[in-house]
Design a protein around this ligand. Structure first.
Ligand code: F6P
Ligand code: MN
Length: 322
């Protein structure tokens, strides 16, 4: 098993990017510890605040955000950061070469039930000609990411990351405090009999998604001619991790539950990094209209429809929209 830095050097990752990744991982180790101690240190439950997206912040959301933000901004490697828990981007070092978008703790509803949560991050090059305080730096498509990953705080603390040379798995080895590579070039099976969707929204979906899911539910007596199983962890990190491990289709489709908010997941720190990881593992990551990573962002908190996972199943789903 290879340690992280030599594994990254083997993939020709620039040294300054390796340093930034190590900084990010230092933050995740601290978050991993805080998560494991949360109940003992009074960090369960919510704050009295909402974030800019109108979501109630959990105490651990805030702690994870502060930790991640401070460590990154002090590192000197980043020109700015943007986070699910910050209204706007936050300036770092004018000479920093990178910008980082992150969801400090994805799957917040799992915090209080001691279930799967994780940190998602996405790294772009910082435009040299823009001021560190200019949030427009973040308006870069997902196809320009130089690194994306997530850390799962599960039975083991696990890093899943790509720098554009495949998607690799690492596990935090607490005996020496570092991440070790446990799997290289993970491949998502092209076919699957498993899907992940919040079924309680069914009546709010557009007709093509209703038709597609109805056909999956019809199983071997329906047009698909095979039975499907459903899984829903309610944390995108957990659901995407399962898809990376054994295939599947994950979707958070458009819905008209709240006409002002047709999509749930955020492009910059949820959809884009997961798309990069899945595509690097041979999967597909789409909206019903096209490739997620080709979307030119207009806002750091913009939301997007997500249909991703095993290639053939994503294509089968998209066929319902044609
Ligand atoms: O960050 C948003 C998120 O928590 C995702 O991790 C997850 O996939 C989704 O929301 C769960 O949403 P729902 O409330 O529909 O289960
Ligand atoms: Mn999230």
């Amino acid at each position: 098993m290879q340690r992280l830095a030599p594994a990254l050097r083997k993939d020709n990752v620039p040294l300054d990017l390796i340093s930034l990744i190590k900084t990010i991982l230092a933050a995740t180790k601290e978050i991993s510890f805080r998560v494991s101690q949360a109940h003992l240190s009074g960090l369960m439950g919510s704050t009295l605040d909402e974030n800019i997206q109108g979501e109630v912040q959990k105490k651990l959301d805030v702690v994870a955000n502060e930790l991640f933000k401070d460590i990154l901004l002090e590192s000197g490697f980043v020109k700015a950061i943007s986070s699910e828990e910050e209204d706007s981007s936050v300036a770092g070092d004018e000479n920093g070469k990178y910008i980082v978008s992150f969801d400090p703790l994805d799957g917040s509803s799992n915090i209080d039930i001691n279930s799967l949560i994780g940190t998602i991050f996405s790294i772009h090059q910082a435009p040299a000609d823009m001021d560190a305080s200019d949030p427009n730096m973040f308006k870069q498509a997902g196809n320009k990411q130089v690194c994306a990953g997530y850390v799962l705080y599960g039975p083991s603390t696990m890093l899943v990351m790509t720098t554009g040379s495949g998607t690799h798995f690492y596990v935090l080895d607490r005996t020496h405090g570092g991440y070790l590579q446990v799997e290289r070039n993970v491949q998502v099976p092209q076919d699957t009999q498993e899907f992940a969707i919040n079924m309680s929204n069914q009546r709010f979906w557009q007709q093509p998604m209703q038709n597609y899911i109805n056909d999956l539910l019809a199983g071997d007596t329906g047009p698909r001619g095979k039975n499907f199983n459903m899984r829903w962890i309610a944390a995108m990190v957990g659901d995407i991790h399962r898809v990376l491990c054994r295939g599947g289709l994950f979707t958070y489709p458009a819905d008209n539950k709240n006409p002002e908010k047709p999509y749930k997941l955020r492009l910059m720190y949820e959809a884009n990094p997961m798309s990069f990881l899945l595509e690097q593992a041979g999967g597909l990551a789409m909206t019903s209209q096209g490739r997620i990573m080709d979307i030119e962002p207009t806002d750091i908190h913009q939301r997007v429809e997500v249909i991703m996972g095993s290639k053939n199943e994503v294509q089968a789903c998209l066929a319902y929209y044609q």
